[in-house]
Write a protein that binds this ligand. Structure first.
Ligand code: HEC
Length: 133
């Protein structure tokens, strides 16, 4: 009986510190942030609008150059960019999110719409992203 109690206590404590759990929570917060700040342009399934708003679903820009994607979310994005072979020359206004919110929405879009990523984005990482390279 004592052993079982000990085991369930240790397991309970360990799982509270699993990074996966943090990621799950961040993704859940990111989902709401996406619904409030991004869905009007990038759409509910991250499919975007052909020729106008680039997709996030299976976006090579997002998945292969996450630091550039973070820059777009942190500062807005203007000018020519190529996403999955299609050139966009539009304007994304700065969503005005704080570093924590940017990390959450990034974790959400990197792990939704058929996307998956092993990189967990934190507010600390977002803090290091500068507007000019
Ligand atoms: C008013 C419409 C609009 C809103 C709102 C918007 N975006 Fe964008 N987004 C764009 C446009 C337009 C571009 C491409 C800009 C360009 O052509 O340089 C873009 C580019 C991007 C890119 C890089 C290209 C890609 O498709 O991978 C990412 C990532 C992105 N947006 C994520 C977001 C996230 C996350 C939010 C919400 C926090 C958001 N956007 C809100 C219009 C928008």
């Amino acid at each position: 009986m004592k052993i079982i109690l000990f085991l369930s206590l240790t397991l309970g404590v360990c799982s509270a510190f699993l990074p996966d759990d943090e990621l799950t929570k961040s993704i859940a917060r990111g989902k709401d942030i996406y619904a409030e700040n991004c869905v009007t342009c990038h759409m509910g399934a991250g499919e975007g609008v052909a020729g106008t708003f680039p997709p996030l679903a299976k976006s090579d820009y997002l998945l292969k150059t996450p630091e550039k994607a973070l820059k777009a979310i942190k500062f807005g994005q203007q000018g020519k960019i190529v996403v999955n072979g299609v050139t966009y020359e539009g304007m994304m206004p700065n969503p005005g999110l704080d570093n924590e919110e940017i990390a959450d929405v990034m974790n959400y879009i990197q792990n939704s719409f058929g996307n998956s990523s092993k990189t967990v984005v934190t507010a600390k990482i977002v803090e290091t992203i500068k507007q000019k390279e």
